[in-house]
Design a protein around this ligand. Structure first.
Ligand SMILES: NC(=O)C1=CN([C@@H]2O[C@H](COP(=O)(O)OP(=O)(O)OC[C@H]3O[C@@H](n4cnc5c(N)ncnc54)[C@H](OP(=O)(O)O)[C@@H]3O)[C@@H](O)[C@H]2O)[C@@H](O)CC1
Ligand SMILES: [K+]
Length: 512
């Protein structure tokens, strides 16, 4: 699914009205009708007071049109206009009059704190104060209105975007944003819904299709691609009946050190679980028994150094390499990584201490092969690209790094982001139970195992992140968030493949 910018939404709005021969007010009516349908389905005429807070732009226009539809259908509605400027939009004005025509009263104009209404906990609030046209943080009594709304326990529904939140710009005032229970967004989600600083304002969202021009939506390059089940299904490569293990590649996992062999075990096992034909673990000698016992399916080769990796030498041609998990950052590790980077000829994934070695020894940067996959967590990323001021700055700096070194960077987080060649992919699977030691080692194995099987590095990254999150979701259903450990994710990888093509009950039900 595509994520578009505000500018693109305005363009889509214009093209849609031109091509479909409708006015902006007609489009607004479509949007309001969709929200009305959503609410009516849930309320079924219930006589609960609905307070609609409207701004003076088109988001406010949506609120007024919704108010009229609710009144026409017998709901208890009170509409308030936050009259923060005189520059009312034309579509707002049309719906302002239409509301008056139906109710015989103008909506209540608010210009100061004294105008704020009392709201009971059972009431419903519709937030139509600001949409994607917000261009500065709300101030003064408008900010106080937002705070007033936030302090009530009443259910809050935001139209298009929580008011005060930008679609694709960093938050400057966290106290001036509506915290809704639910957001109904038009046509496609906005970038801010998925980033760590702004995502918490959008705990639940749904997309309402308002029929924006299909051709525009399909042919326009988005700001990001959201990866959910339909996209992930398209990545999957079906196995041929006559395939043998040689068809699914031989991966090398160079990892581990004394005290950190678990990282190597988790990666190696996950590389196998995701479907690599063969995996060789290259580890310091101290881990030999540990690895052989923990992962009997893996081949094991050991370093000359008993405790850390010092020279990564192998006697076969791997199809994919993962390096770094638990390998340490000392002199020996840096030398081992340097040697490996100099001779590598297949796709490579660099994780954890491999990234830390690169951050401490910047001369390694120029040895990173093109299209290498880097999987930093927040701290590792900061050491690579420097500090950032906000989520958007982080994305821009990561894009610049990815372009400069021609690498794929996976920014791990609640919504893991994959950046490659200026493109951005945002994953939708995963849960807070996955914030546990070793989860990243599993991800490295998953991606490496996909590369070994012949998925290209970018597809392996995007598909791997999706499957890893999906496995985490499946594991959490069995065990909950708190008790989940990284091995649970590995064990659920098989189910993640099955889940990819499982139809939900609704889809299976025969059509009437
Ligand atoms: N695109 C589509 O396809 C469709 C979009 N639709 C709807 O339109 C919405 C976008 O509408 P919009 O452009 O009128 O923006 P919106 O946010 O309502 O108002 C902005 C106004 O507020 C002002 N302003 C800004 N910041 C401010 C501040 N801090 N404090 C005070 N004032 C501030 C700013 O004026 P300024 O003072 O900057 O000149 C401007 O007047 C969109 O979210 C969706 O709900 C649907 O109807 C159907 C189809
Ligand atoms: K809103």
């Amino acid at each position: 699914m595509k994520i578009f910018s505000s500018k693109q939404f305005y363009e889509a709005d214009k093209i849609t009205t031109e091509k479909q021969g409708i006015t902006s007010v007609d489009l607004m009516e479509r949007a309001a009708t969709q929200i009305y349908g959503w609410l009516h389905q849930r309320l079924q005429g219930a006589q609960v007071p609905i307070h609609i807070f409207c701004g003076i732009g088109n988001n406010g226009g949506d609120g007024l049109a919704l108010g009229r539809l609710l009144v026409e259908n017998g709901y208890l509605v009170k509409c308030y206009i936050a009259n923060y400027t005189d520059k009312r939009s034309p579509s707002f004005l049309t719906n302002y009059s239409r509301y008056k025509d139906v109710t015989k009263n103008w909506p209540l104009l608010m210009t100061c704190v004294e105008d704020f209404p009392a709201i009971a906990r059972e009431d419903i609030i519709i937030d139509a104060l600001f949409g994607i046209g917000l261009n500065r943080p709300p101030e003064g009594w408008v900010k106080q209105l937002i705070q007033h709304i936030n302090t009530t326990p009443a259910y809050k529904l935001s139209i298009d975007i929580p008011s005060g939140l930008y679609a694709e710009q960093a938050i400057t005032d966290h106290e001036a944003i509506i915290k809704p229970n639910h957001t109904l967004t038009f046509q496609a989600p906005k970038l801010s819904f998925f980033l760590p600083e702004s995502g918490p304002y959008v705990t639940f969202y749904e997309i309402l299709n308002i029929g924006l021009d299909e051709e525009y939506m399909q042919t326009t390059k988005p700001v990001a691609q959201l990866i959910a089940k339909p996209q992930a299904q398209r990545f999957y490569k079906q196995r041929n009946k006559y395939a043998h293990k040689g068809n699914f590649g031989h991966a090398l996992v160079a990892a581990g050190s004394y005290g950190s062999m678990g990282a190597a075990v988790l990666s190696t096992k996950s590389t196998l679980r995701i479907g690599a034909g063969k995996v060789t673990a290259f580890i310091p000698e101290c881990g030999y028994n540990i690895m052989q016992i923990s992962v009997p399916e893996a081949l094991v080769q050991t370093d000359v150094n008993p405790k850390v990796l010092s020279k990564i030498e192998f006697d076969f041609m791997p199809d994919a390499i993962a390096v770094g998990m638990g390998m340490g950052t000392g002199k020996e590790s840096v030398a081992a990584l340097r040697g490996l980077l100099k001779k590598v000829t297949c796709p490579i994934l660099l994780d954890a201490d491999a990234l830390n070695c690169i951050s401490s020894t910047k001369t390694l940067l120029k040895l990173i092969p093109q299209n290498a996959i880097l999987t930093p967590h927040s701290g590792e990323l900061e050491r690579l690209i420097g500090e950032w001021s906000d989520d958007y700055d982080k994305i821009e700096k990561t894009k610049a790094f990815s372009k400069k070194y021609n690498v794929i960077v996976i920014i791990k987080g609640a919504n893991t982001i994959i950046i490659s060649e200026g493109e951005m992919y945002i994953n939708t699977t995963g849960n807070p139970g996955m914030a546990t030691a070793g989860s990243g080692d599993v991800l490295s194995g998953v991606i490496t195992g996909l590369v070994a099987q012949g998925y290209d590095p970018l597809m392996s990254s995007v598909f791997g992140v999706y499957l890893h999150g999906s496995a985490g979701n499946i594991a959490s259903q069995l065990i909950g968030f708190e008790a989940m450990i990284a091995s649970d994710i590995t064990e659920a990888l098989g189910d993640a493949f099955i889940e990819l093509f499982r139809q939900d009950e609704q889809q299976q039900a025969p059509a009437d």
